[in-house]
Structure formats: C-alpha cells, structure tokens
Design a protein around this ligand. Structure first.
Ligand SMILES: Cc1cc2nc3c(=O)[nH]c(=O)nc-3n(C[C@H](O)[C@H](O)[C@H](O)COP(=O)(O)OP(=O)(O)OC[C@H]3O[C@@H](n4cnc5c(N)ncnc54)[C@H](O)[C@@H]3O)c2cc1C
Ligand SMILES: *[C@@H]1O[C@H](CO)[C@@H](O)[C@H](O)[C@H]1NC(C)=O
Ligand SMILES: *[C@@H]1O[C@H](CO)[C@@H](O)[C@H](O)[C@H]1NC(C)=O
Length: 339
C-alpha cells in the first residue's frame, strides 16, 4: 500500500477513474457472467462465474428474484456496486448461480429524530450515509476508514473504525433493525421476509452474515448528534508500545496507532470528539485509498518481484522509509481549512 503511494507521488501523478465494473456478462443467448472484486483479482487470481446477475430496484423485485431462484434450487450470492472485499465472498457455488446486486437498492428511507435512527437500503454507500445523516444533524460515530463501501458490505463483514470506548467501533453494533429476504419452501412462496429488531436473537446472526443467510434489503442504524473530531499525529519510538496500547486506546475516543516494526516507530493518532461548533474544516484524502491506474499497480508489482528475486532487503528498507516519510510530509492525507 505504501509503496503504491510512493509511486503515485514520485513518478506519475495521474488521475484515475473508479474501478471497472467487477461483473461482466456476455449478451444472450449464453448470458454467462464473470465476477471479480474491485481490484480485478481474488487472492487465487481466478474469476468466478454465474449464469446471470440481477439488479433489483425495489424490495418487491428482490423478493421475486429470491423466490424464483429458490424455487429452481439455484445458488444465490449478493454483490455490491464494486465488491471491495478481497476474498471470494461474492461467488456462488458452481457456474449456474445467480448474483443479486444491490447497486440500485441505494435509497435513504426514514429518519426518526426522536430515537436518532435512520433506515437505509443496503446498497447505500458510506459516503451517502454520512451526508444524508448530516442533513438530519446526525452522524454514524464509528466507521471504516474509507467511504466507498456499502451498508450491506460493511455490516456483512463486521467492518469497523477504531475505538475502545462504549460497545466499540463496529458498524453492526449500531444496527437496531433490518429486513432480510431468505429462500423458503413452497408454503411461503419460496421467499420469506424477516423483520428483525433489537432484542431478537436472530438479529445477532443477521448482523455479520458474510452474505450467507439471505439478502438484507434494509438496515436501521442508531446514530448520534453530529460532531467534529480533532486529530493530531505524534511520532514516537516503539520502546513502550506494549504499555501504550491500552492506555492510549482508553485516553482518546478514536485512538489509532500505526506501527512500523522495522523502523522501530509508532505513529499515534490522537483523535477526540469535539463539539460541531469548534472552528476548522478538516479533510481526509488518504492517497493509498484513492483509485490507482492498473499500469501503476503492475509496475509496483514488478519492482517488488525483482526485489524478492534478488533478496534485496536493503532496497525494501529504503522504499519503506521513503514511503513513511512521504506520508508524514503530506500529513497522512489530511488538510485543515485546505492547508
Ligand atoms: C480502501 C479500503 C479501505 C478499507 N478500510 C477498512 C476499514 O478501515 N475498516 C474495516 O473494517 N474494513 C475496511 N475495508 C474492508 C471493507 O470494509 C470490507 O471489505 C467491506 O465488506 C466492503 O464492502 P462492500 O460494500 O464493497 O461489500 P462487498 O465486498 O461487495 O460484500 C461483502 C460481503 O457482504 C455481503 N453483502 C453485501 N451486501 C449484502 C446484502 N445486502 N445482503 C446480504 N449480504 C450482503 C456480500 O455478499 C459479501 O459476502 C476497506 C476496504 C477497502 C477497499
Ligand atoms: C443510486 O445509484 C445509481 C447508480 O449508481 C445512481 O444513478 C443513483 O443516482 C443513485 N441514487 C441515489 C438515491 O443515490
Ligand atoms: C459550542 O456549543 C456548546 C454547547 O454545545 C456551547 O457550550 C459553546 O459555548 C459553543 N461554543 C461556541 C464558540 O459557540
């Protein structure tokens, strides 16, 4: 990740587009589809296959799709706009499965100001969730560090931010209700809609389901009044790292540590909640999380392979130091009031 950053800054500062659609289907009559993730590569470098991909636009569509597939005993998996997960979670068994995409299930539904809850269709991205919540004066307190993920994908894999406070930083712990459509028998018309809410033991299973229990259509999240965060980075050596983990973690609500063991260095992110009326307008645009040209990735990969082949440990250390100092120089991707 960091070497990628280095190349972007030093060699080719380029604009990159969002990743290719990870799903490609040939036109009829065969209508076979190949599926990958947003990187274009699963860990085993293979593609997976399905006989078709459906893009429901309403929950009713979704129910019909699940019912038809379950009646025909077909395997189903759920994909999202870009499928950012590395493992092959999105692949149905065999080659004749159905993939259901949440790409167009991306509406923000109700807001309950009194209970500070909001409901979303599961294809809504974290980016849209944050901005819709902000319009209502609300915020999801903890979230992954990158907003291209969707509501369904985040909760399905237990995605989280960083906090030791309260119940912790996993998004699924802020889920107070959801609707999930599961395959069923003929007596239920081959699909069943479950509305699960807090206190229902099934909700705990459905929260982090890895997509294997059914298709979640809507999620209700408990939010908090909108706030700001104040962030300062501190670099220290790692001699007392063991003692710091617990104490630093408990001191700051959003505490985060990055350890560079070979450089004997730790970057502490002192990160606390402050009132939303505190002045200052920060922006986090972390370079390693931006879209990257495939050619750049290929060049990096080749450079790395050459270093591996030559056992060039020194080269790796030099690259590592260059990457960490570049990150530091660019304030880890943060700006304050544009500076
Ligand atoms: C740049 C980047 C930064 C990241 N940073 C963090 C981070 O800081 N913290 C962290 O915890 N994670 C992080 N991740 C990991 C990321 O949160 C997970 O990979 C997440 O699952 C991706 O979400 P997605 O919407 O792309 O879902 P996908 O990868 O498409 O799906 C994930 C799983 O959820 C299932 N699923 C999705 N929607 C539904 C649905 N509606 N019903 C049923 N099942 C469903 C899928 O079938 C699949 O099994 C990061 C990933 C990237 C690419
Ligand atoms: C939903 O996603 C589609 C396709 O990406 C987009 O055209 C549309 O504007 C999105 N709708 C909402 C409400 O965000
Ligand atoms: C900010 O809001 C808090 C209450 O939330 C208030 O006590 C404080 O005076 C406000 N500060 C400013 C600068 O407006």
């Amino acid at each position: 990740m960091f070497r990628l950053f280095l190349f972007l800054i030093l060699i080719c500062k380029v604009d990159s587009n969002p990743p290719d659609d990870p799903i490609k289907c040939s036109s009829s009559p065969t209508k076979k589809c190949t599926i990958t993730n947003s990187y274009g590569a699963f860990p085993d470098r293979a593609l997976c296959r399905a006989s078709d991909v459906a893009y429901p636009t309403t929950e009713q569509d979704l129910i019909s799709l699940v019912a038809l597939a379950s009646k025909n005993k077909r395997n189903i998996k759920v994909s999202t706009r870009f499928s950012h997960s590395l493992p092959k979670l999105v692949c149905p068994d065999g080659e004749d499965g159905l993939v259901i995409s949440t790409k167009f299930l991306n509406r923000t539904l109700e807001t309950d100001h009194l209970s500070m809850t909001m409901s979303f269709e599961t294809g809504v991205t974290l980016r849209d969730l944050i901005s819709e919540a902000a319009k209502a004066g609300l915020a999801l307190p903890y979230a992954p560090y990158w907003w291209g993920v969707t509501v369904g994908g985040m909760i399905g894999t237990g995605a989280h931010g960083s906090s030791l406070w309260g119940v912790g930083s996993a998004v699924h712990d802020y889920v107070v209700g959801l609707r999930i459509i599961t395959p069923a028998g003929p007596e239920d018309g081959y699909a069943k809609v479950w509305t699960l809410s807090n206190g229902d033991p099934d909700l705990n299973a459905a929260r982090v389901s890895l997509g294997v229990l059914g298709v979640i259509s809507q999620v209700t999240l408990r939010l908090q009044p909108i706030f700001k965060r104040s962030i300062t980075f501190l670099e220290k050596d790692d001699s007392d790292l063991g003692d710091q983990v617990g104490s630093f973690g408990n001191q700051h609500e959003f505490a985060d540590m990055t350890w560079y063991p070979s450089q004997r260095k730790v970057i502490y992110r002192i990160d606390d909640r402050v009132s939303s009326n505190v002045s200052g307008n920060g922006l986090n645009n972390f370079t390693p999380f931006r879209s990257t040209l495939s050619a750049v990735l290929a060049a990096l990969r080749t450079a790395e392979e050459v270093q591996e082949l030559r056992g060039d440990a020194n080269g790796k250390c030099i690259d590592g130091k260059l990457a960490t100092s570049t990150l530091k120089l660019t304030a880890y991707g943060y700006t304050n009031n544009g500076n």
